[in-house]
Design a protein around this ligand. Structure first.
Ligand SMILES: Cc1cc2nc3c(=O)[nH]c(=O)nc-3n(C[C@H](O)[C@H](O)[C@H](O)COP(=O)(O)O)c2cc1C
Length: 223
């Protein structure tokens, strides 16, 4: 079983990083046979998407020197994903958004049938806004959110208090349970079916040559 955690905070050891480290510790201590990987996006020097739509055609990003394609491969092979970001101005961080634009997972529905956890940290207000952004990204990429943690935390204070630990542990259990069950909820199945059949397929099949990469990815994933 492969679980990947994406850290959208520019501060690797900030509150988000500390919580992801606790996730890893909990998984390692309580489950065997799980490969856990934490991806700190700040380590990758991620370039902006240049909007060329090459990924639609080739299934690969035109920018090759920052290893975003490797993160994409890890997501593709994963059974469950934890997406995390601090709240910056009522949204995810620019770092997370830059990554998401580059990783071309929405058109391909790369999260198809994958259970996800979302984690956002905020200091003062509008924490739910970043949570909603992450949940929508998951849903629009074919996945489903099994648990969302929106944690209010003072700057540079360790977020690992008893209450947060309990919620983290609970979300670990739910994620593992859903991975094993391998059965997305009905709402997610209907949402994805509508998104794919009513919106994506007519758009993509209008120009099969231009969207060859997307079509190949769908065939591979039996979408
Ligand atoms: C540019 C910027 C914008 C922020 N915007 C908000 C905000 O809108 N609401 C809020 O509650 N906290 C906001 N914060 C605070 C962060 O969400 C908070 O410090 C968070 O815990 C940082 O996570 P980290 O320790 O993992 O980096 C902002 C911080 C920065 C640097």
């Amino acid at each position: 079983m492969n679980i990947i955690m994406i850290n959208g905070s520019p501060r690797k050891n900030g509150a988000t990083g500390k919580i992801l480290a606790y996730y890893k510790e909990y998984f390692d201590k309580n489950y065997s046979g799980i490969n856990i990987e934490i991806i700190n996006l700040i380590d990758y020097n991620i370039k902006y998407c240049i909007g060329c739509e090459m990924c639609y055609k080739t299934g690969k990003c035109a920018i090759t020197d920052d290893n975003v394609e490797n993160i994409r491969e890890l997501i593709k092979k994963s059974d469950g994903i934890i997406f995390s970001s601090p709240n910056y101005a009522s949204n995810v961080t620019g770092l997370f958004k830059t990554f998401y634009d580059r990783v071309h997972i929405t058109m391909e529905q790369l999260l198809y049938r994958k259970p996800c956890v979302t984690l956002t940290i905020y200091e003062n207000l509008m924490g739910h806004k970043a949570t909603n952004v992450l949940k929508e990204l998951v849903m629009n990429s074919g996945g489903y959110t099994v648990k969302s943690l929106t944690i209010k935390n003072e700057f540079n204070v360790n977020p690992l208090n008893d209450k947060n630990k309990k919620n983290i542990e609970y979300s670990c259990k739910i994620l593992i349970k859903k991975i094993k069950k391998n059965a997305p909820p009905l709402f997610s199945k209907i949402y994805t079916k509508i998104a794919v059949n009513i919106f994506l397929k007519p758009f993509v099949y209008k120009d099969k040559e231009k969207h060859k990469g997307i079509i190949e990815s769908w065939i591979e994933n039996k979408i």
